[in-house]
Design a protein around this ligand. Structure first.
Ligand SMILES: Nc1ncnc2c1ncn2[C@@H]1O[C@H](COP(=O)(O)OP(=O)(O)OP(=O)(O)O)[C@@H](O)[C@H]1O
Ligand SMILES: [Mg+2]
Length: 577
């Protein structure tokens, strides 16, 4: 229920409106049913107190009955059969209209809850620190956006339904109280008894729901990992192992789902007999010991039956709520975690990059493992710089700090004469064209992979970027040219073609700083040479930083730095002009 309260706090208007509509609907139904009481009275009085009671009608007729009579008199209506039936119909129609309104509101809110949760997760993830981001398993996040958001909003739906049932039950209880307070107290006691008796089943379902959330999360996360590395798995016939792990998780999920089915089925079949037993006992006591008139009996049985039925429904909805709520908490925890790992962007100075980049005495360690120690290097504006170094020496790490993804523990990075922390980092990144070491394309067209959804870019922009990246030739040969879909992670084009599309993507926005992290490793010497000469032409206008082991790139670059033992050494300068 904390879930519903938490959501109600977040959507106060929607919840208030829904609850108001439900409350009025409950009242309307109450009025409708109350209108029937004098009718019963009328019928039975005319037929001479079939209840067998000796009491006169006025005395045994309950308070509710009298209230209705008074209300009718106040508005100048006679309690005739026609008036009472018309009132009953009118109130029930009103109730249905209000319920329609409430359901519509609930539906809208449910959809909004899911959408808002999804957006909150996406926003908080995109705004989170890089170190945090890379620790998140893709599958877990996909699952959160897809499954958990839906289940969380469904939980809200059950919460709203539960509230409406509670309101309805309160109306019935109030009416029943006026008919017979003793019977109402007994009915409420019975309701509490049923709830307490079957509480274990509810708790079982809560645990099974939490397990469902946990196993679905693991399943999707494992599945995503397997799919990403399916090729080596298949090539080495090792898919069997992954299959075993996935099957195992699927079975666990199945068991959790079975437990839910079992506890719900048990709840359904235990509730009814307990309820009937109470009703029968009550009826027996009332008939034999209380010697109640038949009209009161009918009204009483009606209300009490309804209260108990309502208790049954409330418990059922509560079971549904607890089953789904774990998804909400799991998703909310992810959102909160991502929010607390928010990337702090304090700088507001607009970078220019007219003089160059200076990296001074930079030190960085992942946890306690040092990678860079007092690294110093200069990248003059318009230069073409190559960064060499053994695998694991810290080249990518250095670039990540230059982009502002990682923060150095010591030292500074200066863009012209402004330190990076004082720079508007988003603006800085918008000036960068970046080709990562592992370039995986999106399952979309070549065009979309180059523009990354920026619709200010034209086909002509894309073509010139592809030409500069040495990709135009092969793209033209694709079945639908730049509108050809490149397949999952770009697997329908070759590794070298993927690299060239990624280079075009980095070039298309005419960056001021181009960063290539091992961007030409998959290219044949001829294509690589072509790209190198394009880069040489581009240098001067833009600054280029290329991490590479390739000799072609090294020869094309003016400045060459070597990263080794955590420090950076200049090993080649451009010939003096
Ligand atoms: N997120 C991380 N958490 C912990 N250690 C990391 C992380 N990323 C990289 N490292 C470690 O930091 C060191 C430098 O990594 P980096 O990726 O910068 O190397 P690199 O020079 O780019 O290597 P390569 O040429 O193989 O790409 C490596 O020893 C690596 O294992
Ligand atoms: Mg690297």
């Amino acid at each position: 229920m904390t879930l519903f309260i938490s959501l109600a706090r977040r959507y106060p208007w929607q919840t208030l409106l829904t609850l108001a509509a439900i409350s009025f609907a409950g009242l309307a139904e109450g009025f409708g049913i109350s209108a029937l009481l004098p009718l019963l009275n009328t019928i039975f009085s005319q037929r001479g107190h079939l209840g067998g009671s000796n009491e006169p009608a006025a005395e045994w007729s309950n308070r509710l009955d009298q209230l209705v009579q008074q209300a009718l008199a106040a508005v100048g209506l006679q309690p005739t059969v026609a008036v009472l039936l018309a009132l009953f119909t009118a109130f029930i129609v009103l109730k249905c209209a209000l319920i329609y309104l409430a359901n519509k509101q609930i539906g809208f809110t449910v959809v909004r809850v899911a959408t808002d949760l999804r957006l909150a997760l996406l926003k908080s993830l995109f705004a989170s620190k890089w170190e945090y981001f890379i620790r998140q398993p893709t599958g877990k996040l996909t699952n959160a956006v897809a499954t958990e958001a839906t289940r969380a909003s469904t939980a809200f739906h059950f919460g709203a339904k539960l509230s409406s049932l509670v309101i309805e039950a309160s109306v019935y209880t109030a009416l029943a109280f006026m008919v017979s307070w003793e019977a109402t107290v007994v009915a409420l006691g019975a309701g509490v008894f049923i709830i307490v008796l079957l509480r274990r089943l509810v708790q079982k379902n809560r645990r099974a729901g939490a397990k469902q959330t946990q196993h679905t999360q693991s399943l999707i996360a494992q599945m995503t990992d397997v799919l990403i590395s399916i090729k080596p798995l298949k090539a080495m016939a090792r898919e069997q192992q992954s299959d075993t792990v996935l099957t195992d998780t699927t079975r666990r999920l199945n068991r959790a789902l079975q437990k839910q089915v079992l506890s719900k089925a048990a709840l359904g079949s235990f509730q009814e007999p307990i309820l009937i037993l109470f009703l029968v006992l009550l009826l027996y006591t009332a008939l034999v010991y209380w010697n109640q008139p038949l009209t009161t009996m009918i009204a009483m049985v009606f209300f009490i039956g309804r209260i108990l039925k309502q208790v049954e429904k409330i418990q059922k909805e509560y079971v549904n709520l607890v089953e789904y709520e774990s998804a909400y908490w799991s998703l909310q925890a992810k959102i909160d975690e991502a929010r607390s790992a928010r990337e702090v962007l304090q700088g507001d100075q607009t970078p220019a990059l007219t003089e160059g980049i200076r990296i001074e005495s930079l030190s960085f360690a992942y946890n306690d493992t040092p990678v860079l120690r007092d690294a110093t290097l200069a990248i003059p504006a318009g230069s073409f710089v190559a960064l060499l170094g053994a695998s694991g020496s810290g080249k990518t790490t250095l670039v990540d700090m230059l982009i502002g993804l990682l923060r150095p523990q010591k030292g500074d990075i200066w863009i012209d004469d402004v330190p990076l922390p004082r720079i508007d980092i988003r603006h800085w990144r918008q000036m960068i064209g970046y080709v990562p070491q592992e370039n995986l394309l999106m399952h979309d067209t070549v065009m979309a992979n180059v523009t990354l959804g920026d619709d200010t870019l034209t086909e002509a922009d894309v073509e010139s970027a592809l030409r500069a990246a040495g990709a135009w030739g092969f793209v033209q040969g694709l079945p639908r040219g730049i509108h050809t879909v490149v397949g999952e992670r770009g697997s329908m084009v070759s590794g070298g073609q993927r690299q060239r599309i990624a280079i075009a993507r980095a070039l298309v926005k005419r960056p001021k700083l181009l960063i290539l992290d091992e961007a030409t490793t998959a290219l044949d010497p001829e294509t690589e040479k072509e790209i190198c000469s394009t880069l040489q032409q581009l240098a001067g206008g833009i600054t280029i930083l290329a991490i590479s082991h390739q000799t072609a790139l090294r020869e094309a670059a003016g400045w060459v730095y070597q990263v080794a033992d955590g420090t950076v050494a200049l090993i080649q300068s451009p010939p003096a002009a």
